[in-house]
Structure formats: C-alpha cells, structure tokens
Design a protein around this ligand. Structure first.
Ligand code: ADP
Ligand code: TPW
Ligand code: MG
Length: 576
C-alpha cells in the first residue's frame, strides 16, 4: 500500500507516514511527553518524536515508563503515554496499564507489534504475540491501527476512552508495517482528529441531589471521605467550600491528603477509627468502598447502621459493597456544586457535640504520637525518621512525596502531613510495589517541583535501576531508602540453620547510596534523624539527584505494616 501510494503521488508532493502521523496526532492533542523504552519497531518513532519537539523520557524497564505515564495522567488529566516494543516490552508495560486502570488514571500504552499475518497464523515472527487480545481484559479499551490514515482516529479514540467517564488505561496496538506506510501530507493532516472536551461534564439529576441533601440534613454524626477521584478532579476550591460550609469532619484517603491541608481544623485523619466507627452518615467523594475502607462494613465501621451518600462518575460503583442510600452519579465538580447550590444560607453546621468529640480524640492521638517523632537516637525507628521527613515537607509544601513499602508506607501516610492537593503519590488501590522511581520521574517531569521518594528497601528494589534515569535527566529527585535489611523487618533467620538466608531479608547493611554515586548523583549514608533531615533538606534545595541510605532498626517494623490481618499465617506446627 505504501509503495503504491508513493508511486502515484507527484514527485513534488510532500509526503508523510505512520511515524509522523502518530507524532502529529499526539501533538495536536497537547500530548508533549512520551515515557518509553526504545527498540524494534519503535526506535525511529522515539528519535523522530524527540526531533519534533516531544519530550521523550527513556527508561530502563517498561514497567517504570508505564508507571510514569500513569501518574502523569493522574497529575494532568491528560492521558500519560507509554511507548514500548512488542511482546516482552509490551508485557512489561502491561502491568502498569492494568494498575492505571485499577486506580482510574488515564493512560495510553502504545506498543509496536509484529506482522499480523504471521502472528495470526502463529508462524513464529520476531517477538510474536497477539497483544491486542492479551491487553483487552486488563484495561478500559484496546484498539489496533492497521493503516496510516486511521491513526488520527485511533489516537482520538484512545484519548477519549482514557479520559471520559471513569478514567483508565487504554492499549493502542501499532503493527510494524503501519509505521512506514506513506500518504500525502495533505491527506495525512486531514486525517488527524483533535479531541474536543475529552471528559465532558456529567451533571447529576436534581432528584438525586435533593435525596443526598435530605440524608445529609438528617445526620447527627456526619463524615466526608475524600478519595483520589476527588484529587484527580482538580476541583479543590469547591470541595473546600463544601467541607467548610457544612463543618463536617473529613477523612482523606491516602492520595487525597492535601486537598485540604492535613492540619485543617476539620481534618479527622488522626481520629480515623473513631469517625469510621461512630459516624451515622458518610458522604464519599471519589472514594470506593473497597478493601481500603473495609468494604464499608464489619468491625471497623462500628455496630450502628450507616447511611452512605456516594459521589462517583461510574454508576456501577453504587451498591458495590453496601447499600448506597443516596447515589450521586456525575463528575465531582458538578455534584459538589449541585450540593452547594441546594444548601441555603441557614444550612446547619455539623452538630458541635460530634465535632467536639472528634477533635478531642484527634488531639489526644496527636499528643500521644508527638514524643515518638522527636527522638534522635540511633538506630532510627520509623517514627523518629519520619518525624524528620515530616518537618522537611512542612517547610516545602510544594514538594511531591512518593511513597511505597509496608511499614515505610503505612507510617509515612499517618505521620507526614500534606498541605496541597496531588502532592502525595503512592501504591494506590492494589498496594503495588514498584511504582516508586517511575512516579518520581514523572512527578518531576510534569510539575518541575522537587520530589521526595520515601522507599522501603524492598519496595525500592522493584524500580531501583531508574536512578540512572533520574541522573541522566538530572531530575530534582531525592530518594530516601528506609533500610531495615528486609521486607517488614530485617531479623528473620532460616529455621533450618542452612546456608541460605531467610526469604524476607536482604544483604545486611547494604549501601544503596553507592548506586546513586555510580551514575554521578549524590549518595549519603545517615544513621540519625538529624543527619537525615539535613541531608534531605540539602538535596531538596539543591535539586541534585540524591539517594539517602537511612539505616532503620531491623527490629522496628511489624509484619505487613498495618495490614497483617490480610496476610494468612499458618497455625500448624509440624513435628520435627
Ligand atoms: P481511594 O483509593 O482514594 O479511596 P478510589 O480509587 O477507590 O479512591 O476511588 C476513586 C473513585 O473516583 C473511582 O470510583 C472513580 O470512578 C471516581 N472518579 C474519578 N474521577 C472522577 C470524577 N472526575 N468525577 C467523579 N468521580 C470520579
Ligand atoms: C508487585 C508484596 C508488600 S510490601 C512489600 C512487599 C514485597 C515490601 C515491604 O518491605 P519494604 O518496607 O519495602 O522494605 P518495610 O519498611 O516494611 O520494610 N510484589 C508486588 N507488590 C506487592 N505489594 C508485594 C509484592 C509486598
Ligand atoms: Mg524494609
């Protein structure tokens, strides 16, 4: 086809091809960054994209490029694009695409693929795989483009599918033959599509708004739970207005921290178990009643019946775990505006006995925690090390915090206050390890702000090679490894006394800081909270790629962090 077209066009006529059309289609839709691992058949696409002014961030492993694209989508509301080679590269990127879909982040995974004719007859092509079929069940939508003239539509469909309704991951399959197909530049330009209003407003029904307001009005102990859908929606002012007008205590889910500051007088973060147990009406805004909220039932929700009001763009989310007495289906901006619009000036604030009780509990918990955060002893434990990092973020509220691990995650979430929206990026809905360096790279690239990545030593290992990427692009990323010699703890021993160490522990006293030095970054080794604080502050202020190896007492952690209850343990003791 490309040859025929090439021969039929006037020798003077300007030509384009699949490569150029992909680049033009992305640029037309304001997608100016690609996260990639180059190779056959997309090396030239990477080179040409850079040549045409797209920023191409080249990674060491596709999963990290994919995680970068996913979080770029979360931060910007535009789909992050990850570009990979066929079969193995595609599969490496697919984990990130599935994770993006699970977390409702808009992302497009574009993978080159082998010749359709050979793949479909299973004749053993180079990196043969039916990628479209494999991607389909793991993402929101999957498309293949066979002809250059269709890629404008293909990319438009991918963008719209990723962003509209509940956001998610989209796969776009581009077989090798597609890239070099030629057509006239004029025809090519005409074939491109600019997506207008990729995420249209979805206004809730007035009857649903009234129902929600009626339930809220009757509440004696109301609670608002903010999820990462609320932070994604970028309607921070409206949410603040709703919270402050109603006077209702709010509980942010992990990545929703900072929509309102954690230091806000209505924040119930430090009284989490109390508000879950004792509230009578719960307004969920962009948060699902999944495992992270104990499915809305059971012991942590107390014995009293709850009434749930839920704002979500996805109608199927309603009643997923428990009855939702007032479903409010629509986009968060429109739903919150509608609720505010329905509250007259006499709208009563949440009852003072309830807000007083929540505040008393919160103050008591904060006071109990305070001394643990101020201990400067060596070896550090999680509290003393996190106390130092908490101060660093307090002094730099624009910095972005990336966080993964078990104890390192659970305790940082509770201890490090966030002051601004979309500043905390973590393991999300799956609790997946390996997002760290991909998220850190994209956070720096997309926002230009300094990034602090607080990583368990195990968690870091999943994406650690990308410290080279951080150095190569000279990104303002400071990685702090909470090095406790292992997963949860560094104290396990092999019960047989054999030569292998226990499966949960690593090389003792490893020096992760040397990894950063190998690539020209700054490596620091610290053993006290004071040293840690000084090193992190210096790194954040210099903007130099830095890795700080923070020695944590190997005995300080607990099994599975705070979700040990999900980790089955054997009660059977075998006779030796
Ligand atoms: P968290 O883990 O913070 O509790 P979840 O990922 O479980 O949050 O929930 C996010 C929810 O937000 C999803 O159900 C998703 O459909 C919803 N959502 C995402 N964006 C919007 C939006 N703009 N308007 C309404 N709902 C949204
Ligand atoms: C893709 C299982 C959950 S937490 C964790 C693992 C391996 C590491 C905890 O150790 P770390 O933190 O990071 O050193 P700390 O402070 O408690 O010592 N594979 C994937 N995802 C998950 N969640 C796991 C394995 C896991
Ligand atoms: Mg560890």
């Amino acid at each position: 086809m490309s040859v025929a077209v090439a021969q039929s066009v006037d020798a003077q006529q300007e030509l384009t091809d699949g490569f150029h059309l992909v680049i033009d289609a992305l640029k037309l839709n304001d997608i100016n960054t690609i996260y990639a691992v180059p190779g056959i058949p997309i090396s030239d696409l990477c080179r040409m994209a850079q040549g045409e002014g797209i920023r191409v961030i080249s990674f060491r492993h596709e999963q990290n490029a994919g995680n970068a694209a996913a979080i770029a989508g979360y931060l910007t509301q535009k789909p992050g694009v990850c570009l990979t080679v066929s079969a193995p590269g595609f599969l490496n990127g697919l984990t990130a695409l599935a994770n993006a879909t699970t977390n409702c982040f808009p992302m497009i995974l574009i993978s080159g693929s082998s010749e359709r004719e050979i793949v479909d007859l299973q004749q053993g092509d180079y990196e043969e795989m039916d990628q479209l079929a494999i991607a389909k069940p793991l993402c929101k939508a999957a498309f293949r483009v066979l002809h250059a003239q269709d890629v404008g539509i293909g990319i438009a469909r991918a963008i719209r599918a990723a962003c509209s309704g509940r956001p998610g991951g989209v796969y776009l399959d581009l077989p090798a033959k597609f890239f070099s197909q030629i057509m006239t530049a004029e025809e090519g330009n005409k074939s491109l599509v600019k997506v207008i209003d990729a995420a249209p407003e979805q206004i809730p029904a007035p009857s649903a708004v009234k129902r929600a307001l009626d339930v809220l009005k009757g509440a004696k102990r109301p609670l608002i739970i903010l999820g990462k859908g609320a932070s994604y929606a970028q309607v921070d002012d409206k949410i603040r207005e709703l919270v402050e007008k109603t006077g209702i205590p709010f509980l942010p889910m992990s990545m929703a921290k900072g929509i309102l500051p954690d230091t806000h007088p209505q924040s119930a973060g430090a009284a989490r178990s109390t508000v879950l147990k004792d509230s009578d009406v719960v307004l969920l805004i962009g948060a699902r009643l999944n495992w992270l909220l104990s499915h809305g039932k059971g012991k942590s929700w107390g014995s009293e019946p709850k009434k749930f009001i839920q704002i979500d763009i996805e109608p199927k989310e309603m009643d997923s775990n428990v009855e939702i007495v007032a479903p409010l289906v629509g986009d968060i901006g429109s739903c919150v505006s509608a609720l505010l619009g329905g509250m007259d000036s006499k709208w009563a604030k949440a009852p003072a006995d309830w807000t007083g009780a929540v505040n008393a509990k919160k103050e008591a918990n904060i006071a109990k925690m305070a001394p643990k955060l101020m201990n400067n002893a060596s070896p550090m434990n999680y509290h003393s090390a996190l106390g130092a990092l908490r101060d660093v973020i307090k002094e730099r509220p624009d910095a972005i915090l990336v966080n993964e691990g078990a104890n390192t995650l659970d305790l940082a979430r509770g201890i490090i206050d966030m002051y601004k929206p979309r500043k905390r990026l973590d393991v999300g809905t799956w609790g997946v390890m390996g997002i760290g360096m991909g998220f850190a790279v994209a956070a720096a690239v997309e926002t230009g702000q300094p990034v602090l990545a607080v990583e368990g030593d195990s968690a870091f290992g999943f994406s650690g090679m990308e410290v080279e990427t951080i150095c190569r692009y000279n990104l303002p990323v400071c990685v702090v490894i909470f090095n406790n010699n292992g997963i949860y703890r560094g104290t396990d021993v092999n019960p047989t006394g054999g030569p292998d160490v226990a499966p949960m522990v690593f090389v003792k006293d490893a020096r992760y800081d040397k990894m950063m030095e190998a690539f020209g970054g700054v490596g620091v080794h610290v053993t006290t909270p004071d040293e840690l604080k000084r090193a992190v502050a210096a790194a954040m202020d210099s903007g130099k790629p830095t890795l700080i190896n923070a020695v944590i007492d190997p005995a300080a952690g607990t099994e599975s962090g705070n979700i040990g209850s999900l980790n089955p343990q054997s009660a059977v003791v075998r006779k030796k």
